[in-house]
Design a protein around this ligand. Structure first.
Ligand code: FNR
Ligand code: LAC
Length: 369
């Protein structure tokens, strides 16, 4: 009996990344443990973090057939901006923890994939350099600082470099209990700092390594209220949206206080553990908003089918957080571009298999009842 000769699996080339989870595995290989745990971690027992995925997985889509899906159009208009597709890059702090070129690489990678990058207040590259690397529009994410003059300067600085939307994060008056960061003593590596927020403690040489706890206590304002939003609107030149709304009550208040949009988010499960999955909260917010402003969504988006589901439940667009950071860690700007392209290709395929050819056609009808 002749033995079939098979190739030794050890000699097979490294498989290329074909989905976002492949990039997750690559990122974990590339990053020091402390950076990896900052990136992947959630608050508390990570119940909300897991639930973001579980609830998206549990939704079923409805396949339709024989509908001519030869032309798929993913374009949309959002805050008067024409976008090629509804996949945006969520604000994330400290990109230089993941790649030496930090936010400049992320902006370059986003631009090549036609994706909006929301630049974090805690960026580790100067706004000017991020803007110079960007080919797609930038938005700006604000963490309100205790020093209101500094806060105003930060917003105006972001506007000056061309950020087109002001995304105010309202779900983080204080940080969540992030046990992974605490256990590893997460810190910014030497030479890495917040480049656009004047250092309260960040610049102090005695601090050396800064723990995220220190950063949170110094650079978040637990006293902010709805009046702070009114104050921001009094001078902001760009549309103001609120990031981190999960309830109908807060959605109604957001409208009363003139928000131009709402981002339904639980901060990727990093703040209040045992809060619901973002996708569970989305329908209630969409109902309360009743079409008056765009509702955006983030939390656990990993597959093109997830994008279809969020849009079917009323989101106008989605943001991804960890996945593009996986791309950044694995392969810099190119990795970011690849992550968006893979997700977009899956999204287009899922649209076709659901029998829809434009975003306007994505309704609750695409969900299995
Ligand atoms: C974040 N997020 C975040 N949000 C924000 O408003 N400002 C910030 O600076 C950061 N920083 C940050 C760092 C890291 C490492 C992560 C993973 C997340 C939250 C982010 O914008 C978004 O809400 C979630 O990441 C979305 O969930 P997924 O896609 O990561 O599941
Ligand atoms: C985080 C903060 C910086 O999620 O928003 O790590």
């Amino acid at each position: 009996v002749r033995r079939l000769k098979t190739r030794s699996p050890r000699r097979a080339p490294l498989p290329k990344a074909v989905n976002l989870f492949d990039f997750e595995a690559l990122a974990q290989k590339h990053l020091p443990l402390v950076a990896w745990e900052y990136l992947c971690g959630g608050a508390g027992d990570e119940i909300t973090l897991r639930r973001n995925r579980e609830c998206l997985d549990a939704i079923r889509l409805k396949p339709r057939v024989l509908r001519d899906v030869s032309q798929i159009d993913t374009q949309l208009t959002l805050f008067d901006q024409r976008l090629d597709h509804p996949i945006l890059l969520a604000p994330a702090a400290y990109h230089k923890v993941f790649h030496p070129q930090g936010e400049a690489a992320a902006a370059r990678g986003a631009g090549a994939a036609g994706a909006v990058l929301v630049v974090s207040s805690f960026a580790t590259v100067k706004f000017e350099a991020i803007a110079a690397a960007a080919k797609a529009p930038l938005w700006f994410q604000l963490y309100v600082q205790r020093d209101r003059a500094m806060t105003r300067e930060l917003v105006q600085h972001a506007e000056t470099v061309g950020c087109r939307v002001l995304c105010v994060t309202v779900d983080t008056p204080v940080g969540g209990s992030r046990n992974r960061e605490m256990r590893r003593g997460f810190n910014l590596p030497p030479g890495v700092k917040m480049e656009n927020v004047a250092g309260v403690r960040g610049g102090s040489p005695s601090a050396g390594h800064i723990t995220s706890g220190d950063i949170y206590s110094e650079h978040l304002d637990p006293s902010m209220t709805w009046e702070t939003i009114d104050w921001l609107r009094s001078f902001a030149k760009t549309p103001l949206i609120l990031k981190g709304i999960l309830t109908k009550e807060d959605a109604r208040l957001a409208l009363e206080h003139g928000a131009a949009g709402i981002l339904v988010s639980n901060h990727g499960g990093r703040n209040l553990d045992t809060a619901p999955a973002s996708i569970e909260a989305l329908p209630g917010v969409v109902e309360a908003v009743a079409g008056r402003v765009p509702v955006l969504f983030d939390g656990g988006v990993r597959r093109g089918t997830d994008v279809v589901k969020a849009l079917a439940l009323g989101a106008r667009a989605v943001m991804i957080g960890r996945p593009y950071l996986w791309g950044l860690a694995a392969d810099g700007a190119e990795g970011v571009t690849q992550v968006v392209r893979l997700l977009l290709a899956e999204f287009r395929s899922a649209m076709a298999l659901c029998g829809v050819t434009s975003l306007a056609q994505i309704s609750p009808e695409v969900l299995w009842p």
